[in-house]
Design a binder for this molecule. Structure first.
Ligand code: NAP
Length: 248
């Protein structure tokens, strides 16, 4: 080895994981032995599940704030493992890495696909979902926002919604079982399920339960996928980090 050369391996030294998902936590857990991992959470959830490694909480202050953070912390790779519907932080991250040249990867689980026996209607927003539901009793699982537009049924959220709602509330964060979902849907006499196309296994039991009960599902489409290198598994994200964030 040449004297004075950096003896660090080719991989990334400091990685910023934009988090708030199970995949982000798994990536942090598995990457923490090989790099400095800083996970970033928005701070929306009162008591979030914390990833391993360093954690920072709260917005960066737009693109300029994120650019300043990347420079101050000498971040040499960013993995955007945020929820597929968190499109503002993803847009900000794209702009910030364009300005700084920091290697950038999106880790995004695939969306759900309809199976035999499913009765899905695709919509573009929660408001449109509420219009499609009409006065039917809905099981609304699309998060805290927009619940005021639904007439009756039950909403499940992690924290209570800020706005008034006619829906019964169940506070829970999963993961869920099909039996549990069946019981909830029966208990609340649910006629239609409302979900975002979040994808993944942690919240998919509701789709199996709806199929078993022959219930229709209103699915909110994802925002457009970001124009950036994208992987769908934590394994692939780890491989990318090992090669120096695409630079090696
Ligand atoms: P968003 O609309 O894309 O972002 C709004 C603002 O929140 C961003 O401009 C940024 O503020 C801040 N922010 C968002 N995610 C952040 C993060 N990981 N670290 C630091 N700041 C963050 O986000 P959202 O849809 O409200 O989602 C917020 C968080 O909840 C994300 O971490 C996401 O992974 C998680 N989550 C979202 C959903 C969903 O359905 N949207 C579901 C499950 C989990 P600044 O501009 O000040 O930096």
């Amino acid at each position: 080895m040449t004297a004075g050369r950096d003896p660090a391996p080719a991989g990334v030294r400091t990685v910023l994981v934009l988090g708030g998902t199970g995949e982000a936590r798994e990536l942090a857990r598995r990457a923490v032995s090989r790099a400095r991992v800083v996970s970033s959470l928005a701070g929306r959830v009162a008591s979030p599940r914390l990833p391993e490694g360093e954690v920072r909480v709260g917005g960066f202050g737009g693109v300029a704030g994120l650019v300043a953070y990347l420079r101050a912390e000498r971040v040499d790779a960013v993995v955007d493992a945020t929820h597929p519907f968190a499109d503002r932080i993803t847009a900000n991250a794209l702009a910030a890495v364009a300005q700084t040249g920091v290697p950038f990867l999106v880790l995004r689980r695939p969306g759900w696909t309809e199976r035999a026996g499913d009765r899905w209607t695709w919509v573009d927003s929660i408001a449109e979902a509420a219009r499609v539901v009409g006065d039917r009793r809905a099981f609304v699982t699309s998060g805290r926002d927009g619940l005021g537009a639904f007439a009756s049924g039950v909403a499940r959220t992690v924290d209570p919604p800020a706005e008034a709602t006619a829906l019964d509330l169940v506070l829970d964060r999963g993961p869920y079982t099909v039996d549990g979902e069946l019981a909830l849907m029966r208990r609340h006499a649910v006629e239609v399920l409302v979900t975002k196309d979040s994808g993944g296994g942690m919240t998919a039991a509701k789709l199996d339960a709806a199929r078993a009960l022959g219930l229709p599902v209103v699915v909110v489409r994802r925002p457009p996928a970001p124009a950036a290198p994208t992987v769908t598994t934590v394994d692939a994200a780890l491989a990318w980090l090992t090669t120096g964030g695409g630079a090696g």
